[in-house]
Design a protein around this ligand. Structure first.
Ligand SMILES: C[S@@+](CC[C@H](N)C(=O)[O-])C[C@H]1O[C@@H](n2cnc3c(N)ncnc32)[C@H](O)[C@@H]1O
Length: 279
């Protein structure tokens, strides 16, 4: 994204949310591939907008560039400790640069205020639980926060497909749409944190319906040309939202974390293992 466009987005977002906003410089993309990532974060910092990133650490990056900026969160997404296991979910990914980057991040950013906001997110599935403890051990050694999440189907088209059966190549994912829908029964909610509390903008500042939509999905309009109220109105009115809520996919995509405890318990007890037991 162009720095000028980004700055105008900062100004508009801060104004329309009365400063109650934060930025995540990622969705389907990899922020370390942006040659001016540190400058984007610095612009958000200048506007006092909390700014975070999420990375798969598959690319070598000059982490010293991030020493002078504030990161409200820095998520590191992993799904295995050995190449064989890592490649199951991170198809085409390489674990070697991930591990090297983790060590470099700890030595280069270890004394920066943002270091406490770095969190390794281990996406758990059927075939990688045996390596969770090795990854946690490494993070403990590096003083990095570590958490486990269920890997789920991406993008939303696969989630809908998953209500009928297991799409090709996703049999290793246990947190499936069919399982979650079976667990929640007739429970539905028209609320969705992915629509009500966040919006994704593409490289030109165009917005779509939500973050689990395919990156190739047609965008609705441009954030800079659209008043906030009209943007939300268009998103709420989208066919995709209606279908998603009708099928209960918004519950799956948010890990049921905003739903009544009984619904959360139903989802957790429907899974073949308890995430918490892994760490
Ligand atoms: C698609 S990633 C892109 C950002 C960055 N490249 C990364 O890998 O963190 C955006 C967010 O989705 C999460 N994510 C990626 N694949 C996922 C999956 N199969 N299930 C659940 N969350 C996933 C990641 O942890 C990340 O925070």
């Amino acid at each position: 994204m162009d720095l000028d466009v980004f700055e105008r987005i900062c100004v508009k977002a801060k104004d329309e949310t009365k400063g109650n906003c934060r930025f995540g410089l990622y969705n389907w993309t990899e922020p370390t591939l942006h040659s001016r990532l540190n400058e984007l974060i610095a612009i958000a910092n200048r506007h006092a907008i909390p700014c975070g990133i999420s990375s798969n650490l598959n690319h070598y990056y000059d982490w010293s560039l991030l020493k002078s900026v504030d990161l409200c969160n820095f998520t590191i997404t992993v799904s295995g400790f050995t190449q064989k296991t890592y490649a199951i979910n991170h198809k085409g990914g390489r674990i070697e640069p991930v591990l090297k980057n983790l060590v470099d991040i700890s030595s280069i950013l270890g004394d920066s205020p943002s270091y406490k906001n770095i969190q390794v997110r281990y996406l758990v599935h059927r075939d990688n639980k045996h390596e969770v403890s090795s990854f946690k051990h490494l993070c403990d050694r590096l003083g990095l926060a570590f958490s486990v999440y269920h890997a789920y189907y991406m993008p939303i088209d696969r989630m809908f497909e998953g209500l009928e059966g297991v799409p090709d190549g996703l049999d290793y994912i246990e947190y499936s749409p069919k399982l979650v829908r079976g667990a929640i029964g007739d429970y539905r909610t028209s609320k969705c944190a992915l629509r009500d509390g966040q919006v994704v903008l593409d490289v030109d500042g165009n917005f779509g319906v939500c973050c689990v939509e395919s990156p190739s999905a047609p965008q609705i309009a441009n954030f800079l040309d659209t008043p906030f109220r009209d943007m939300q109105k268009a998103r709420f009115a989208s066919e995709l939202c209606t279908k998603c809520i009708d099928q209960g996919i918004n519950v799956l995509a948010t890990y049921a974390q905003y739903e009544p405890q009984s619904v959360q318990d139903a989802v957790n007890s429907s899974l073949p293992f308890d995430l918490k037991s892994l760490i």
